[in-house]
Design a protein around this ligand. Structure first.
Ligand SMILES: *[C@@H]1O[C@H](CO)[C@@H](O)[C@H](O)[C@H]1NC(C)=O
Length: 409
């Protein structure tokens, strides 16, 4: 819990630049099987050192410009119709050039086995759904991403691992890290929150897309297109500490992707039912998802199991804060005495300088549930008690799932 609180404070402190993704291995279920680097994250981020750094187990170099790349494959479609899929996590050099296939002796050919034998079955099952090859050759795709890019991380050299680590432990750590980072970058959700959903007919300007993504995360990613349709995104980071357990510092893409400035298509994946030709054009709020009903102007946000939300958007069993809601159940914004409430990198935060996100409300029995991106699922790394506060994330990527009721005050 203390770790969560620290990470949240770190996130708020650097909000005006780019907030670090709330990246931690605090999930108690998984803690035992994650390797700890023992590296500090208080030094300079990769590519930001002003003098020579000698311990490259704790400082990523030369590949200190990290790209988390994601696909939007529609021809043929891969993965869920409401999610982008993982391409990889690449260590570019600070000038944008890159090395590849850095250590053929570690080009493992049993990635799935390594993951399942080293306690990462949860990561493996996530990868089967969200890190998928367009030709169905998932194992080969994972091997390629590991050997071409993964073996180039200085902080993943086997000499950096705790002694006695099994063969391939650094590859297991790599896949765990990529999955964890990808879960914090729900590109589909970020766009949907701005009313941008796949469509067979609409087109979008590049700035409509990048503005929406920037308002969700604080940084501008690079978008690549194929035949005028967006099909890849690159989220850029520098890294503090080791790739095993370091802190990802989001940064603006240093260069534009290949998309033109306007007329961009965002086609639905086949089999998509929730979105399609009827989707709204960019910039408009999403279509109503909640049942009609009135939205209170002042409310407490009460969690389904215990407690409620405080003024900064954190979850606690202390006296809940009063939230001011404006709009209708289908589309509203929220604020507290701290400031506007927004979702940034999948994390709910209220404060000054936070750009407001659009929420909706859905009726469930006698409750009015808070929804983000059409989903009433919220998640956290733990259940608060006493004076602890938990960071609230959208979706269900963390260990404790709950819903949030809007209770009129
Ligand atoms: C940063 O550290 C790396 C690794 O020691 C080194 O190669 C690079 O020259 C350093 N950059 C500066 C500006 O000193």
């Amino acid at each position: 819990m203390a770790l969560n609180a620290l990470l949240l404070i770190a996130g708020l402190g650097s909000m005006t630049m780019a907030s670090p993704v709330g990246f931690s291995y605090a999930d108690p279920v998984n803690l035992f099987k994650r390797i700890s680097s023992g590296c500090s994250t208080t030094g300079p981020a990769s590519c930001h050192n002003t003098t020579h750094v000698s311990d490259l187990c704790c400082f990523e170099s030369p590949g200190g410009l990290l790209l988390q790349t994601q696909f939007w494959d529609t021809n043929p479609s891969t993965g869920p119709s409401d999610s982008w899929t993982i391409h990889g996590l690449w260590p570019d050099n600070c000038d944008g050039t890159f090395g590849q296939d850095c250590d053929p002796s570690r080009a493992y050919t049993d990635i799935a086995d390594l993951l399942s034998s080293q306690g990462a079955s949860d990561t493996l099952s996530f990868m089967k759904e969200f890190w998928v090859d367009i030709n169905g050759q998932n194992e080969q795709f994972w091997e390629h991403e590991w050997s071409k890019h993964g073996t180039c991380y200085s902080t993943l050299e086997t000499s950096c691992l705790p002694s006695g680590s099994p063969r391939g432990a650094e590859a297991v750590a790599f896949f765990n890290t990529v999955v964890k980072l990808f879960k914090s970058l729900p590109t589909y959700q970020f766009l949907a929150d701005a009313g941008i959903t796949p469509s067979t007919s609409k087109t979008f300007s590049l700035s409509t897309l990048t503005d929406a993504l920037k308002s969700a995360t604080g940084v501008t990613p690079a978008l690549d297109c194929s035949s005028g349709a967006i099909n890849q995104i690159s989220w850029y980071f520098n890294l503090k500490g080791s790739l095993l357990d370091g802190e990802f510092v989001p940064i603006d893409a240093p260069k534009k992707g290949s998309c033109a400035s306007s007329g961009l298509k965002y086609p639905p994946k086949s089999g998509s039912s929730s979105s399609g030709p009827t989707s709204t054009s960019g910039g408009n709020p999403p279509p109503p998802t909640g049942a009609p009903g009135s939205l209170p102007a002042k409310a407490h946000l009460s969690a389904s199991s215990t407690g409620g939300l405080l003024t900064a958007g954190t979850w606690s069993v202390q006296t809940p804060a009063t939230y001011t809601l404006s709009g209708s159940t289908s589309s509203f914004t929220m604020s507290t005495s701290k400031g506007s409430c927004g979702v940034s990198s999948g994390q709910l935060i209220c404060g000054s300088g936070v750009s407001a996100s659009t929420f909706s409300a859905q009726t469930s029995g006698s409750n009015l549930l808070l929804a983000f991106g059409g989903s009433t699922a919220f998640t956290s790394d733990g259940t608060p008690s006493g004076s602890t506060q938990e960071t609230v994330f959208t979706g269900s990527g963390h260990s404790v799932d709950f819903t949030i009721s809007i209770v009129s005050t």
